[in-house]
Design a protein around this ligand. Structure first.
Ligand SMILES: [Fe+2]
Length: 442
């Protein structure tokens, strides 16, 4: 018997029931300011197995908060065509079907609509009760896949995103306006088909990462993870003017950096000197020999001096982390604080018991240790009010407790990060380790 892949064992293993539970008991107190949904997506293969961690059918685990109560918890598979009909993103003839896909990576809200996202496909729209409405192409205007990591500009209300694929156009930049209409799509020229998981914006720029994890069609046709490290591809960051009056896709400037891979930037901004600063969780290499191992990744800063055409690279910390987040009211502007999951063993498949809070001004790092066997997922920040300062609010996550094979919803006070949680809610079933989530206020 072959050894099971890590992502099918322990708390990576899928759950097979969709549960609804109302008015859950709270230890501590849910802050009364929190009215809305906390939703988190992750792979949960209905068949009990998948050929890669990233390929399992998406399942949303959701909580509705209001008036200091947990009104409900529910978990639902995203009913994609892949879930319902086993539809393939890439056909045997090598054609791409953007209406298929596992919709398993992130869940976001924009202009009153909730979308489950995976980077291979169109977004899948959900109701507030997590029922699936279907894929969305924004009135036929979206002709590429949509990244799972769109960025909302807190100043304009626009949602910036991109789509990438293994056939030209390899990379396309898009903007939804604040009302949710697709108002801009521009092809970005890159050297080849690479895995582009995420990107960043500043108030005046869009930042793309063209990094050496490259597509291999033969692997794709076999149904396995089609991307591998390529020593010959190089690595570069593209900086594009955001305001179309200042430029367009033809004005992207590319800056060489040391080869690496980045799934997730923490945030980016333009500093007082006109440098473009981007903080990222950086892997020295990724998937050189196998796509089932994730080596250590650390917080790293690229400071791009557009005038001089140079990038300064600096390690910000030697801890190994993943799933960086900020107070999203800082997206594209300077962030002082960031939150991340600690991984003492390195890599995203090494569960650990701590969330970290970075103070990038002082260099101080605070830890919240959930205790032996208690493993948090990504921490999502919710502000205490619209007027609250950065970091004034709560960080929420699901925590798996290996001692009793169960999960909790946990709320931390961001400004008392190391203190005991303000609320812990035992859930009616285990929540498998997953990827990304959102706080969606009413
Ligand atoms: Fe991601």
């Amino acid at each position: 018997m072959t050894k099971k892949s890590f992502y099918l064992e322990g708390n990576y293993a899928p759950v097979m029931h969709e549960v609804t539970a109302e008015n859950l008991a709270v230890r501590g107190a849910i802050p009364r300011e929190l009215h809305g949904l906390y939703l988190r997506n992750g792979p949960n293969p209905r068949a009990g197995t998948s050929s890669h961690w990233f390929f399992g059918d998406g399942m949303i685990h959701g909580i509705e908060l209001g008036d200091g109560a947990v009104r409900w918890y529910r978990n639902r598979w995203v009913r994609t065509r892949t879930f319902l009909e086993d539809a393939a993103v890439i056909s045997p003839a090598g054609e791409v079907d953007l209406t298929a896909g596992p919709a398993n990576t992130h869940v976001v809200e924009h202009a009153g609509r909730i979308f489950a996202l995976v980077e291979s496909s169109y977004p899948t729209e959900l109701t507030r009760e997590l029922d699936t409405l279907g894929t969305c192409d924004f009135d036929g205007k979206l002709r590429t896949a949509m990244t799972a990591h769109p960025k909302r500009c807190p100043r304009s209300g626009e949602l910036h995103f991109f789509g990438y694929g293994f056939m030209p156009p390899y990379l396309t930049y898009h903007v939804l306006d604040a009302a949710g209409r697709l108002v801009r799509s521009e092809e970005i020229t890159v050297a080849g088909p690479t895995m582009i998981h995420d990107f960043a914006i500043t108030d005046r720029h869009v930042i793309f990462m063209d990094l050496p994890v490259c597509f291999d069609l033969e692997r794709a046709m076999r149904g396995s993870m089609p991307y591998r490290w390529d020593d010959n591809y190089g690595a570069r960051i593209g900086v594009m003017p955001r305001d179309r009056h200042n430029g367009n896709a033809g004005d992207v400037r590319w800056f060489e950096v040391a080869p690496c891979y980045v799934f997730h930037p923490m945030n980016a901004y333009e500093d007082a000197g006109g440098n473009v600063v981007i903080d990222v969780v950086r892997y020295e290499t990724l998937w050189r020999d196998t796509a089932d191992r994730f080596d250590a990744a650390r917080l790293h800063r690229w400071t791009i001096d557009p005038g001089a055409g140079r990038v300064a690279e600096a390690a910000l910390d030697d801890r190994t982390i993943e799933f960086p987040r900020v107070d999203e009211r800082c997206t594209g502007g300077e962030h002082r604080y960031g939150y991340a999951v600690a991984n003492p063993g390195g890599g995203v498949n090494q569960p650990a018991t701590k969330l970290l809070k970075y103070d990038l001004r002082s260099g101080r790092v605070e830890e919240h240790d959930f205790g032996p066997g208690r493993v948090p997922g990504e921490g999502v920040f919710a502000p205490a009010s619209d007027r609250a300062g950065e970091d004034e609010g709560w960080v929420m996550t699901y925590v798996y407790d290996a001692r009793d094979d169960a999960s909790d919803f946990v709320v931390l006070d961001a400004q008392k990060f190391s203190a005991p949680p303000v609320a812990v809610v035992r859930l009616p079933q285990r929540v498998p380790y997953g990827f990304h989530g959102s706080w969606i206020p009413d």
